[in-house]
Design a protein around this ligand. Structure first.
Ligand code: ZN
Length: 223
């Protein structure tokens, strides 16, 4: 577990933080505690889907206020059939919706997502990774959310082997839970509420080359 001192050393004077996610609620589920623990940051949160969802969009605006963030919403297809979207399509949407292209930390989904499973999470992850690798988005580090759900057998948990973990204070945990429960409307029996764990986990990369290659379905490739 990282101590607050170690967190300070790791995070330094970080202020320009971008969070690129598929859906309004992903920012809170996977990184809300991190953002709430750093009120000195100025995060920008981009969600690529549900921008015209009359239920979810206003909830996202309220979540932004609670997280002390600015943000934007895209309107990519998010139907139940989860038709694949091309990386190029994803990249164009991301570039058109970000207010700038230089950040200290770029946060996004893991290639395999955080649970079993939603196609858009992996697609967003791959697009962000390619934009960073090609220098079209510049950031000192890319952080991928690091959770697993035992192949769908339990609510998402932080990965034990994640390269960075942050333990949430009681106050931060309650505020995060409040966003999921009161703002997004997930009741206490939902997996979303159960996924509000006391720890958040991330895999951090300082170089694009250090990200392990993955297959199209997000599974790790074995050499
Ligand atoms: Zn999602």
């Amino acid at each position: 577990m990282n101590t607050s001192l170690e967190q300070g050393q790791v995070l330094g004077k970080t202020s320009r933080v971008a969070v690129v996610v598929a859906h309004p609620d992903d920012e809170t589920l996977w990184a809300g505690g991190l953002l709430l623990s750093h009120p000195e940051w100025s995060p920008f949160i981009l969600t690529l889907c549900r921008g015209e969802d009359p239920d979810r969009a206003p909830r996202f605006v309220r979540a932004l206020e609670c997280l002390g963030a600015k943000g934007a919403m895209g309107n990519l297809d998010d139907g139940p059939d989860q038709f694949p979207l091309s990386t190029e399509h994803m990249e164009a949407a991301i570039l058109s919706l970000l207010p700038r292209l230089e950040f200290d930390i770029l946060l996004t989904h893991a290639p395999q997502g955080e649970y079993t499973w939603h196609r858009r999470h992996g697609e967003v992850s791959r697009a962000v990774q390619e934009l960073w690798r090609d220098g079209r988005i510049q950031a000192r580090a890319l952080w991928q959310f690091a959770y697993e759900d035992g192949g769908g057998t339990y609510a998402p948990r932080p990965q034990k082997k994640a390269s960075f973990q942050i333990s949430l204070s009681d106050a931060v945990w309650h505020r995060k839970y409040g966003i999921i429960n009161s703002i997004y409307g997930f009741d206490e029996a939902s997996w979303e509420a159960m996924a509000v764990t006391r720890t958040e986990a991330f895999n951090r990369f300082a170089e694009p080359e250090s990200i392990p290659p993955v297959a199209e379905d997000g599974q790790a490739l074995t050499p």
